[in-house]
Design a protein around this ligand. Structure first.
Ligand SMILES: NC(=O)c1ccc[n+]([C@@H]2O[C@H](COP(=O)([O-])OP(=O)(O)OC[C@H]3O[C@@H](n4cnc5c(N)ncnc54)[C@H](OP(=O)(O)O)[C@@H]3O)[C@@H](O)[C@H]2O)c1
Length: 242
């Protein structure tokens, strides 16, 4: 049986993935977020606290012991834009928490997930959720933009490492496009002083071209289960044929 870990499962894209995978009889889903999620295996945890990562690794071990999976997956969706505002003008503790959650947790949890897959000797796929913000600077989102660039480069580097070891483990980083989630709704509430691009995001909503999270979830699953995934690839979901 496949076992799929999903962080950020309480909202938006992670919640849509959790719903989508619940329909598959041969897939077990294990979810992480601070809020409770109704899934067979859930860990309520604050991933902006580095001390939580050891608990995540221990919990993953426990779930694996219960499910005895043949293959593993991990969609790391947890992230935050808060605090939106220019560096030096926002709350310092909130900025630091953003850096830890968005930049460090994908790397540290990715490391533990790969260690788990290697120890079990099973095929595994890790999907990091990236963003167009990885390459385009958005004033007001400095730590988020930097984090997504870091996630993309972590993916390229770890993909090369896994290839070098001939490991049956694949890591990819995927930008989903602009998706109608609570994160998007939050963006539209912000003052132009803190986020000068806010009107563009309001316009995208008015034009009705925001992506549906359920459609994005289906595309992410279809991508993750492809047999021709290139290790270390940095992808844009909108450019992928499923
Ligand atoms: N929506 C878009 O247009 C868009 C575009 C590009 C990329 N993305 C990326 O897609 C992913 C999902 O975004 P989304 O739009 O679905 O966002 P969302 O609706 O705001 O959901 C974010 C998720 O992250 C979890 N989370 C936030 N802080 C956390 C913390 N400290 N510890 C543990 N979990 C935490 C939240 O759960 P709790 O609050 O319950 O902890 C929630 O489940 C993110 O990586 C985002 O950067 C989104």
């Amino acid at each position: 049986m496949d076992l799929i870990f999903i962080s950020g499962a309480s909202s938006g894209i992670g919640a849509a993935l959790t719903r989508h995978l619940a329909a598959f009889e041969d897939v077990s889903v294990a979810t992480l977020s601070r809020s409770r999620v109704d899934s067979p295996h859930h860990l309520s945890i604050d991933l902006s606290d580095p001390w939580s990562w050891r608990s995540v690794a221990e919990w993953m071990d426990t779930v694996v012991g219960e499910v005895l999976p043949r293959t593993l997956g991990f969609f790391h969706c947890a992230a935050t834009l808060d605090p939106i505002g220019f560096a030096g003008e926002v709350d310092g503790d909130a900025y630091a928490a953003n850096v830890v959650l968005n930049s460090a947790s994908p790397q540290a949890l990715g490391d533990r997930f790969i260690a788990l897959a290697k120890r079990l000797g099973v095929p595994a796929v890790m999907v990091q959720i990236s963003s167009g913000a990885a390459t385009r600077p958005y004033p007001g989102w400095s730590s988020y933009c930097a984090a997504k660039a870091a996630v993309d480069h972590w993916t390229r580097t770890v993909g090369a490492e896994l290839d070098a070891r001939n490991a049956p483990i694949t890591v990819v980083s995927v930008a989903p496009g602009v998706v109608e989630t609570p994160m998007q709704a939050g963006i539209r509430q912000v003052d132009e002083t803190d986020f000068p691009n806010v009107q563009r995001f309001k316009d995208l909503k008015c034009e009705g071209i925001l992506r549906d999270p359920d459609e994005v979830a289906r595309e992410l699953w279809s991508l993750a289960t492809r047999s021709d995934l290139e290790n270390g690839a940095v992808l844009d979901l909108r450019e992928m044929a499923s």
